[in-house]
Design a binder for this molecule. Structure first.
Ligand code: ADP
Length: 259
């Protein structure tokens, strides 16, 4: 198991609302876990706990068999890549320079990327199909391409797990679909992937593990086919949702009622 969360409780300091209550699940390498839940349920909070940025006040998180709370940020960063939600670029770095900054945690303050690092960076860009953007300014590329550049920057660190906070937010429909394909191909290469989303259809498409976090802080986890039901979705989103099987696409889709 790459992650083992056992009975995680979390409350923000000074707040009376407990965001996470006894959240438990396991994640193996090559698995995708989609975390669903309404706005403000605590999905990002959970990812921050998994990245070691927030400390749960009860329960344990094991990362690759070790107690996360006893690992240094550098040790965590060598295993976990975290792609946060919004990234507003402030400098016009070339894409390849932006990506190579991903190796910075390994290098120390005065270290410079080696020729090997640069080769690795170009390989990752190729793998993601964005090597043609290498010389372009990060400010000039589209939102979908930026997201891919951010992923590339994480992959050059050679992590075992990728945590994505809403990787499809701000992307148009086509780019959302391409992002899901990319996530699935990463899992097939052996990365464990955790993503948060507002869109239950994405969990239906990825068809792996899912966790539904409700506003009370409880999370139901399991195979997405089992836990994503009309009842569970309608309850968590407070909306009368239907799951329909689309014959010609051979998949289930989540459909909201007419207005
Ligand atoms: P989600 O990602 O599911 O939309 P979040 O994890 O961002 O939810 O937030 C869960 C709840 O915690 C929200 O009510 C939010 O306002 C609150 N919250 C988030 N960050 C902080 C913080 N730093 N201090 C106090 N409360 C916070």
């Amino acid at each position: 198991m790459i992650y083992k969360l056992s009975d995680i409780d979390f409350t923000y300091p000074g707040s009376t609302r407990q965001i996470l209550k006894k959240v438990s699940f396991d994640l193996a390498e090559g698995q995708i876990m989609e975390i669903l839940g309404p706005n403000g349920a605590g999905k990002s909070t959970l990812l921050n706990c998994m990245a070691g940025l927030l400390k749960p006040h009860a329960g344990t998180i094991e990362l690759d068999g070790r107690d996360l709370s006893k690992m240094s940020p550098k040790e965590i960063a060598s295993l976990v890549a975290y792609v946060p939600q919004n990234h507003t670029p402030s400098f016009g770095y070339r894409v390849k320079d932006f990506v190579i900054m991903g190796v910075a945690p390994k290098l120390g303050i005065f270290g410079k990327p080696s020729a090997e690092d640069e080769k690795n960076c170009m390989e990752v860009l190729e793998e993601l199909g964005i090597d043609h953007l290498a010389e372009r300014s990060y400010l000039e590329i589209s939102g979908g391409e930026r997201q891919q550049a951010m992923i590339a920057r994480e992959l050059v660190q050679d992590p075992k797990v990728i945590l994505f906070d809403e990787p499809t937010a701000h992307l148009d429909y086509g780019n959302q679909h391409r992002m899901l394909k990319l996530i699935r191909s990463m899992s097939r290469k052996g990365y464990a992937v955790v993503i948060t989303t507002h869109n239950p259809d994405h969990a239906l498409l990825l068809k792996d593990r899912a966790g539904i976090l409700d506003k009370e802080g409880h999370m139901t986890c399991g195979p997405s086919e089992e836990i994503i039901t009309e009842e569970s979705l309608s309850k968590v989103y407070d909306c009368d949702l239907r799951l329909v099987h689309i014959e010609e696409m051979d998949r289930r889709a989540c459909v909201a009622p007419k207005l």
